[in-house]
Design a protein. Structure first.
Length: 245
């Protein structure tokens, strides 16, 4: 496998991130999974091993620019560059805007948007040097159509779309693509906790009348990371059962 094809996934320890790590490993990539939760990274390593693969599971605070820079520099030196970046890490601090504190807004922006900007800036150097790159950012249907109680989250995810389109224009001539995936309702710990009436109401907004799976998102990301997607850049792919069309 080419050294240019190392894939780095943020927020990799669970949920969509874990599914993305497995999908990219199945493509034959070398994968480094970053997360702040050391215990969950241990679970990631266990799942990866059981699937017959290995990956680098690194405990990193992606909001710490110095720490993230050191991690990316080490990986780039070891693998001859970083070929694929999946900006998956994200948090929520949901409240109605009138009740939302400054800290609720700032923390979500720091993790969801600012850290993705720093990571993208860091990998762009090796991608330009190697004349190959795939940058994939996890936006959300909330960043496309908005969502009550998520002014901070929606702002961060809409910001990712704008940033990604700008990066796509800046790096296209160097054979680097940048795209967004915008998931809708995905089966997760968060949706599992929703009351049944809320789940049913949500499904009524989805033309396919069901929630998606983490594998649905991972498969879309794996495609955008592949050579077959080399002529796709600056796009937002909504994987949401038709919710935002």
């Amino acid at each position: 496998m080419s050294e240019k094809r190392l894939a780095v996934v943020t927020g990799a320890a669970r949920g969509i991130g874990r599914a993305v790590v497995l999908a990219l490993l199945k493509q034959g990539r070398a994968v480094a999974g970053l997360d702040i939760n050391k215990e969950q990274l241990g679970e990631l390593e266990k799942v990866v091993k059981e699937a017959g693969f290995t990956c680098e599971a690194l405990c990193v605070d992606i909001t710490n620019t110095a720490e993230l820079t050191k991690t990316f520099d080490t990986l780039s030196e070891k693998y001859g560059g970083i070929g694929i970046l999946v900006n998956n890490a994200g948090i929520t601090r949901d409240k109605l805007m009138m009740q939302m504190e400054d800290e609720d807004f700032d923390k979500v922006i720091a993790v969801n948007l600012r850290a993705a900007f720093i990571a993208t800036r860091l990998v762009s150097r090796s991608m330009i040097r190697n004349k190959f790159g795939r940058i994939i950012c996890l936006s959300s249907v909330s960043g496309v159509i908005g969502n009550a109680g998520q002014a901070n989250y929606s702002a961060s995810k809409a910001g990712l779309i704008g940033m990604t389109k700008s990066v796509a224009r800046e790096l296209a001539r160097k054979n680097v693509t940048a795209n967004c995936i915008a998931p809708g309702f995905i089966i997760s710990d968060m949706t599992d906790k929703l009351p049944d009436p809320v789940k049913e109401a949500a499904k009524q907004m989805i033309p396919l009348r069901r929630f998606g799976t983490v594998e649905d998102i991972a498969n879309a990301i794996a495609f955008l990371a592949s050579d077959q997607a080399g002529y796709i850049t600056g796009q937002v792919l909504c994987v949401d059962g038709g919710m935002a069309m």
